[in-house]
Design a protein around this ligand. Structure first.
Ligand SMILES: N[C@@H](CCC(=O)N[C@@H](CS)C(=O)NCC(=O)O)C(=O)O
Length: 229
């Protein structure tokens, strides 16, 4: 499994990489992490990607589908069609919307930029990093604008992120896991992203929002104790 580097007590500081790792632990399939300095070697030009039995597979969503078929272990097997629908909708909220607020905080908030350079780009040798970092940052700025979220003000972006976190917290309520008593694949998605907001020393109102919601902090501890103790 090719991932972006570990840091801050997280085995990967890429939300999609940590998601995949949590999922592999959930279905109890052994793996080995290969830390890549850049995402470009993978089949989709993004991390994570996996190599298994001579195949290279990119995109955490496709990798999860492959794992389900190849190993016959589906943490969502007990979910009803309606529950699957809700889980898919939350997955999109997390991966296609909230994720970009994390990207914004890490890459575009000036106070966080030195830390991001040092960790996310930390495996690029220092002389090359001086050249690569501004290019990478410009690329991320373009991605955020292309998504649309990057066109908003900082306050608006954080309001959007807080609303997503609120929806997730309200849906979780007093349940131990998002879909009930047992963990399912949406918990791996949520953990990968929320742990990367909550446990990273990146300044962000979204981190404060998680800290202010007791059920979300308890949920993160529950997931961490269960899969990353
Ligand atoms: N849809 C992809 C998203 C993966 C993704 O965005 N990975 C980030 C790191 S967490 C990445 O490689 N970013 C580099 C880039 O976009 O150039 C998945 O589920 O794997």
């Amino acid at each position: 499994m090719h991932v972006i580097p570990p840091a801050w007590g997280l085995s990967s500081i890429g939300p999609f990489c940590l998601k995949l790792e949590a999922h592999l632990r959930m279905i109890d399939v052994p793996y080995r992490n290969v830390v890549d300095a850049t995402p470009f070697k993978g089949p989709k030009g993004k991390l994570p990607w996996i190599e298994h039995e001579g195949r290279k597979i990119g995109d955490s969503g496709f990798i999860l589908e492959y794992l389900t078929q190849r190993f016959g272990r589906d943490p969502d097997a007990a979910l009803s069609p309606a529950e699957r629908g809700v889980a898919t909708a939350f997955r999109r909220l997390l991966e296609e919307n909230l994720y970009w607020t994390l990207v914004y905080d890490r890459w575009l908030v000036e106070a966080n930029w030195p830390l991001t350079k040092q960790t996310v780009l930390g495996l690029i040798p220092a002389p090359a990093r001086v050249v690569v970092a501004p290019f990478a940052r410009r690329g991320v700025r373009r991605q955020l604008a292309g998504h649309g979220i990057g066109l908003h003000s900082r306050e608006e972006i954080h309001a959007i992120g807080r609303r997503d976190l609120g929806a997730l917290a309200d849906f979780l309520g007093a349940k131990p896991f998002l879909m009930g008593d047992a963990p399912s694949s949406i918990d791996a998605v949520a953990y990968g992203l929320l742990a990367n907001i909550a446990f990273a020393p990146v300044r962000s109102p979204l981190k404060d929002e998680i800290a202010a919601r007791a059920n979300l902090t308890a949920y993160l501890s529950r997931m961490r104790d269960r899969y990353f103790a």
